[in-house]
Ligand binder design. Structure first.
Ligand code: KG4
Ligand code: ZN
Length: 334
């Protein structure tokens, strides 16, 4: 049995994992605490992690029906993430591993997202899209992955969050934009598709956000209270622009590396429109699509534990001494 912890941002999570199965995966979300601020407030996040981390660990063990004496290893997110938030998880994990006399395995948060779908052993290109990151990754085999491209400004999830804030829809933006977009016309506004045809593999979403802001300002000048249908059209057009860029660049990267598998993960991978469009394109191209289960898309300790187990099986030896790595980058191709 392996106990995993995740506290890199605004979810306090503990999971029990055993031989490739997640026996429990408890996520205590702080979303409501940050909603009023339109984004995560680090000081509030770390205090809340401190408040609930012990109870979350206890609940993960109870749900998995295990005693702490059955834990054979402890895994924890080492980075990237908010420094004060990471510290809480690492301190709790280190305490537990010392008390039990069991190994402590540091895990890279984005690698855990990357490997969270059910992957086949063949080479792949992965799109990892969360609130903090937008990564296009090439992985010829397990553990050997290189970042091909990433966002040069806002992350995809951040773009959803900022767009929602602009339209007064609340936080987090992704789920509410997806819901609202269902009633809207995706062709109502012709928003830009930033860097769609750029020769590199990077993304940019801040120009799209500016275009949305300009449109919202113009519409509000005509009618200060936007009609529901107007907001729905804005959401549908915005979501389509983001998804089109994500899907097209991912498919192009897959062809470039001639891989037969594409993986999609991270919080934004919850988005039903992104999932459907990826499915459509992969079917057309005869590529296997591995999308993370929705319960594993947003931050959770289950994905941390699953990767820790795989790494241990592959012979990974944790360094003797290590600390949190708030800016821990993934290896890059260039
Ligand atoms: O992976 P995650 O929980 O946190 C980070 O590691 O950043 O991702 C959270 C992000 C938020 O920006 C949220 O708006 C976005 O994922 N998200 C979505 C959806 N659900 C969550 N974006 C688009 N559509 C969704 N349905
Ligand atoms: Zn994440």
């Amino acid at each position: 049995m392996l106990l995993a912890l995740e506290t890199s941002c605004d979810e306090t999570s503990a999971a029990v994992v055993h031989r490739g199965s997640i026996l429990s995966n408890i996520v205590s979300s702080q979303m409501d605490l940050h909603a009023a601020f339109g984004g995560v407030v680090p000081e509030i996040a770390s205090r809340q992690h401190l408040r609930v981390v012990d109870a979350v660990i206890r609940e993960a063990c109870e749900r998995a029906s295990i005693q702490s004496s059955e834990i054979e290893a402890v895994a924890v997110t080492r980075g990237p993430g908010l420094p004060s938030a990471l510290l809480v998880g690492v301190a709790a994990a280190r305490g537990l591993s010392t008390r039990l006399g069991k190994p402590l395995i540091p895990v890279h948060h984005m690698e855990a997202h990357l490997y969270s779908p059910q992957l086949s052993p063949e080479p792949l290109v992965a799109l990892v899209v969360s609130g903090g990151h937008t990564l296009l990754v090439h992985a010829p085999r397990f553990g050997e992955h290189r970042v091909m491209g990433q966002t040069v400004d806002d992350a995809a999830g951040e773009a959803f969050d900022k767009a929602a804030q602009l339209m007064g829809l609340g936080y987090p933006g992704g789920p509410v934009i997806e819901r609202t977009a269902r009633e809207g016309n995706p062709r109502a506004h012709d928003f830009p598709r930033p860097m769609l045809h750029s020769p590199d593999w990077n993304f940019s979403f801040s120009g799209l956000k500016t275009a949305l802001r300009r449109t919202v300002t113009t519409l509000r000048a005509a009618s200060p209270q936007l009609p529901d249908s107007g907001v729905a059209d804005l959401c549908a057009s915005f979501q389509t622009a983001v998804v089109e860029v994500l899907v097209e660049k991912t498919m192009r990267a897959a062809k470039h590396h001639r891989v037969a598998q594409v993986a999609v993960s991270g919080g934004v991978a919850c988005n039903g429109f992104l999932r459907a469009e990826m499915e459509k394109r992969c079917r057309q191209e005869g590529i296997r699509l591995a999308v993370a289960d929705r319960s594993l898309c947003t931050d959770n300790a289950g994905m941390i534990g699953m990767l820790a187990e795989k790494k241990m099986e592959a012979g990974f030896q944790p360094p003797a001494e290590w600390d949190i790595e708030p800016d821990w980058a993934m290896p890059s191709a260039s």
